[in-house]
Design a protein around this ligand. Sequence first.
Ligand code: FAD
Length: 400
Amino acid sequence: MSIESGLPAGFNPDSFDVIIVGAGYAGTVCARRLAEACGMKVAVLERRDHIAGNAYDYEDEAGVLVHKYGPHIYHTTNDRVNQYLSRFTEWTNYQHKVLANIHGTLMPVPFNHTSLKLAFGEERGEALYQKLVATFGENKKVPIMELREKNDPDLAEVADFVYENVFLHYTMKQWGKTPDQIDPAVTGRVPVFVGDDDRYFPTAKYQGMPAEGYTKMFENMLNHDLISVYLNVDARDIMRVSTSQVFICDKPYQGEVIYSGALDELFGFDLGALPYRTVDMVFETLDEDQFQPVGTVNYTVSENFTRITEFKNMTGQKVPGKTTIMREYSRTYLPGVGETPYYVINEPENIELYKSYRERVAGVLNFHCVGRLAEYRYYDMDGVVASALDLSDDIIAAHN
Ligand SMILES: Cc1cc2nc3c(=O)[nH]c(=O)nc-3n(C[C@H](O)[C@H](O)[C@H](O)COP(=O)(O)OP(=O)(O)OC[C@H]3O[C@@H](n4cnc5c(N)ncnc54)[C@H](O)[C@@H]3O)c2cc1C
């Protein structure tokens, strides 16, 4: 592997079998598979000054390993994804836990047995819990809609508490919505966990953190003789897509192009910008060993940030006397000015707009869209890896 900043003088796209835009999961998994399975020579163009996309982590000035684009917790039930990534990293056995700060009391989320007792007091909380067990059974995740459907004032009280104190204000902050703009179907799916398990992903078969961090895992994945990575290169400066062809450096390109950037950007937003939420991530290093008891605390009824992450609690890193935390402030994303689009706004008119962009490239047979931006959808890391494995399967099959 080579990693360079910028394109070398005389860069010749035709000397590569594949051009990949983006060094996140989508681009990196495809790069490695095509190099390995087909002996293809691959150029990865990445406009940031680092690899690993939004999973990028680095040590800050205090020596604390932090996630630049928000806390990333690996969890999956997908055997193939786990097997693939495990070629490039060992995993820690971190199990993610989230607490909600509700008027100063920290309660497990999803709301569970412990949370009930913290919210309603030991005795009443236990009585409510026993009613939940009697109604739904133990170790069950029950949506609050089902609690309401029982027409039982106790269960309705639990549903109302969770809706108001765990879901409503948090969701308003996260999505910038008023209560009447929140889809009742989403509200109804908010879960209560009838049990004591306080893990956020209790059903994930595989869960943890890459032992040496995400960036190291990406370095290992890109470490192949046939892969060249060019950082600080915006593909739009050298790439143009017509209805039937991709042009790179002003010449039709015959190799495969794997694009993991945003389609609206590629076309200069000429049909309109695809809406997203962005997040201002504010880091702070404190002169203490530990700030909060778990990786993430959600501020569900107060503050104008949504949550605080403390990275050492997730990575297990030992840095005596220092810890770095990060607050997240969610807001509307402004297109075209270098902000990071984080969360797709999954509304029908946005999906229609996306489809219009996607139709434009449908006839370009060597142009493949993959990843959270190019597919305009929210993916967890395992989902995007699965999607990149599928795409590379297709390309490998076509070339063998
Ligand atoms: C705040 C937050 C927290 C998350 N937490 C988790 C979590 O805990 N667990 C989990 O499983 N998932 C999590 N995710 C999801 C995870 O970040 C994504 O699944 C993953 O990053 C998607 O990978 P990707 O390759 O599609 O996109 P990206 O990681 O965004 O990579 C795309 C790359 O393409 C580059 N690019 C774009 N356009 C161009 C261009 N024109 N030229 C050159 N390069 C370009 C970008 O700079 C970027 O590096 C989280 C997401 C967010 C927003």
